[in-house]
Design a protein around this ligand. Structure first.
Ligand code: MN
Length: 743
């Protein structure tokens, strides 16, 4: 029987088998016989399930899952379960195979991972709120088994590598998602090589020109660079060998994305970016001698090249939260150029390149703060049902992007916090109760407020008081997602308690008024006081922010509430939009100053003061009148998006000689006669009426608001142009009057 007999052409079969063999070569040679059998079964099952499908590039679809499995095995270093899952990752989503088929053949664990992969496949396909909800699901799955996200990242990496045949708009979408979520996730999981590649690939599509330009320049300068690296490395090689080290020394090119970032950040050209590469020294060293050996290498390097003391980073004594260990220094190389040198052992290099998966291989069962702590925090966030999905996403992303600082408890325990974390963040990091009752801290034995920002290496002691309670202001200075969600939760709880007092107060009030405590009556109050919910209403009552004496009148036998006329909220449904629209002569369009307008009651909105010539629209107010707004009015977007059905098209007809009020902001030098010149132009030359002027003058600069009556935009433009010509005037601009009344 022939292998893959279900594949139609010999050519396809050949390519597929070739790739499959190459996958097997990437697998750890210690794969057991049983594992091999399972991998093969997964391969054949996936190949058959996808047999009719092709990728956009035309190649057989199965090459994609094989490539993903290869990344999972070779570049992330995962074992047989993950390889099997990678091979099957698109089957449940895109083929006839079901989760039960998978479970039956490969067991519950594989089925669980495939299920997770299938569920999160559409994370970015929907609108933002759904996205956030999906994102939450993604993390839920991730918190269950990290392999889900690792395979997802491998999947994304292969798609990014083979995106050329995609249409442009899809390339852009996929590339930006990658930059937005996948690269930071890869970074957080310590997959440095993959993270840089994702960033580079993403940039290749989003900033094509710059990318090509930098890539070309890197290519052109390659020879000169390798000559320099050889010169730099030579004496080090000799000395390391003389001292008995077995070491690899090589130049590592920096990624295009990081070079581009440097160019942007320092505002320099490619030629001026000095660190286009780093030198890496990787030594063989037994576990117990790793640290000492790395420092010996450091000593050798700095014997030859002068180090910059400010650029020493020791991530061996204190590894990064994602597991990264290395010793970095920047030294003065030949020709007076600064060169970054990274010193590490083979084990550290493996962790740095392939991330945590590799890390676990070495530190099985060890209890470190890095990934485990991160996953613990994610699980905690997810457990908090109060947080809404979008908030959650914001909170989470905070944790994904920020850099870390290391601080210590009074006992010397290490805590890792994001840069800019405050004493309060630290308190919540220790315990929720400590956070909730925190009134201050001692940082390096000095008393500081809870909002104090911590620095690397600080020793922090938290001071608490039983009387302290969290409040909303705290959210302004905590930055960890843990502290944020705990504070939000407590504040909500406190609010709820206060609200319950308010509810009792309202019940008593209703009783004296002989009003029933019904949903309708409550709803009326919510409307009347313009609050968000009954809970909000209760809270405001207890906080004395609403006045209960305003409710008095009663309506006969229904035991209903009646509110004072003038403040009663008009109900949306009362506006007969259709009727108003009909009156506009079925024209769909409101003609201001035209025939139809004679019968219609309209006004010009005070928020934007439209004048003839402006682009305008009509907005039907709650009274059935029409207000005319400029289409670029600050309120327009909200009116159009929230009350689209109340918007009517409007257009100016032949303007009658009517004056419109408009505002001009004029700034200039405050010299003698400038006011005179301005008013001369406005009322003298152009014969326009000024309604009001208000002038502010500081340090020789004046700023004046002029309210002027003009006939149309042409006249206004003429006026502005004329004013700009005046001596001492630096700017003239029309301004919108601040007024938030809608409609
Ligand atoms: Mn896929």
């Amino acid at each position: 029987m022939q292998l893959l007999e279900f594949i139609d052409t010999e050519a396809d079969r050949k390519v597929i088998l070739k790739e499959y063999r190459s996958l097997l070569k990437s697998c750890n040679p210690t794969l057991s016989k049983e594992d091999r059998k399972q991998v093969r079964m997964a391969f054949e099952m996936a190949a058959e399930a996808h047999k009719e499908m092709r990728r956009k590039s035309g190649e057989p679809y199965i090459l994609h899952p094989i490539a993903v499995a290869k990344i999972v095995a070779k570049e992330i270093g995962l074992g047989p379960t993950a390889i099997i899952c990678a091979l099957l990752h698109d089957t449940v989503e895109d083929t006839e195979l079901t989760i039960d088929d998978i479970k039956f053949n490969f067991g519950a664990k594989v089925a669980e991972i495939i299920d997770g992969l299938t569920k999160i496949s559409s994370v970015f396909d929907l609108k933002s709120s759904f996205q956030a909800e999906n994102f939450r699901k993604l993390l839920l799955t991730l918190a269950k088994d990290v392999r889900v996200i690792l395979i997802k990242i491998a999947d994304r990496l292969h798609n990014m590598r083979t995106m050329d045949s995609m249409p442009r708009h899809k390339q852009l979408k996929i590339a930006s998602e990658t930059m937005y979520l996948y690269a930071p996730l890869a970074h957080r999981l310590g997959l440095y090589a993959i993270k840089s590649e994702l960033e580079d690939l993403s940039m290749k599509y989003t900033e094509r020109e710059v990318y090509r330009d930098i890539a070309r320049k890197l290519q052109q300068t390659k020879r000169e660079r390798s000559r320099y690296i050889n010169e730099f490395v030579k004496p080090l090689n000799t000395e390391l060998e003389r001292q008995g080290f077995s070491a690899r020394i090589f130049g590592r090119p920096k990624s295009i994305f990081s070079i581009y970032n440097k160019m942007k950040k320092k505002n320099v050209d490619f030629e001026e970016v000095y660190d286009l590469f780093a030198i890496r020294v990787v030594i063989d060293s037994p576990p117990h001698k790793e640290k000492a050996d790395c420092w010996r290498v450091y000593s050798i390097v700095t014997d030859y090249y002068q180090p910059n003391p400010q650029r020493l980073r020791d991530w061996i004594s204190t590894p990064k939260a994602n597991g990264y260990e290395s010793l970095h220094t920047t030294v003065m190389g030949p020709k007076g150029r600064w060169v970054e040198v990274q010193i590490r052992t083979e084990r550290m290099d493996e962790v740095a390149e392939r991330g945590y998966a590799a890390h676990w291989k070495y530190k099985e069962g060890s209890n470190d703060i890095g990934l485990d702590g991160w996953l613990r925090r994610i699980r905690e966030l997810l457990k908090n049902p109060e947080s809404n999905a979008l908030d959650f996403m914001d909170d989470f992303k905070l944790n994904l992007f920020t850099k870390e600082i290391y601080v210590f408890t009074p006992n010397g325990d290490l805590k890792i916090l994001p840069v800019n974390a405050t004493a309060l963040d630290f308190a919540y990091e220790i315990h929720t109760d400590i956070g909730n009752h925190c009134i201050g801290a001692k940082v390096n034995h000095k008393l500081v407020p809870i909002s104090h920002q911590l620095n690397n290496g600080d020793q922090v002691e938290i001071i608490t008081s039983k009387k302290q309670k969290p409040n909303e202001d705290w959210l302004n200075f905590v930055i960890t997602s843990r502290a944020r969600s705990k504070i939000k939760h407590s504040v909500k709880e406190l609010r709820r308690k206060v609200a319950m007092q308010g509810k009792e107060m309202l019940e008593r009030k209703f009783k004296t008024l002989k009003v029933d405590f019904t949903h309708e009556n409550l709803h009326q109050l919510v409307e009347y006081f313009d609050v968000n919910s009954t809970l909000d209403l209760y809270y405001r009552i207890a906080a004395k922010k609403v006045n209960l004496t305003e409710i008095r009148a009663l309506k006969g036998p229904h035991r209903n509430i009646v509110l004072p006329e003038d403040k009663a909220k008009p109900v949306e449904q009362q506006i007969d939009v259709d009727k108003v629209k009909h009156t506009i002569k079925q024209n769909e369009e409101l003609l201001i100053f035209g025939e139809s307008s004679k019968k219609i009651n309209y006004q010009f909105a005070k928020c934007c003061n439209p004048i003839p010539g402006d682009d305008v629209f009509g907005f039907i107010t709650v009274n059935g009148a029409i207000k005319i707004h400029r289409t670029n009015c600050p309120n327009a977007i909200s009116l159009m998006s929230n009350y689209g059905y109340r918007v009517v098209k409007a257009r100016w007809t032949q303007a009658e000689q009517l004056a419109f009020l408009t505002g001009l902001k004029i700034t200039g030098l405050d010299d003698v006669g400038v006011m005179n010149r301005i008013t001369n132009v406005i009322s003298g030359e152009l014969r326009l009426n000024i309604r009001s002027i208000s002038i502010n003058s500081t340090d020789g600069i004046f700023e004046g608001d002029f309210m002027v009556y003009v006939n149309d935009t042409q006249e206004l433009e003429r006026l502005i142009a004329r004013l700009k010509e005046l001596k001492g005037i630096s700017a003239v601009a029309r301004f919108d009057v601040e007024d938030n009344s809608k409609g």
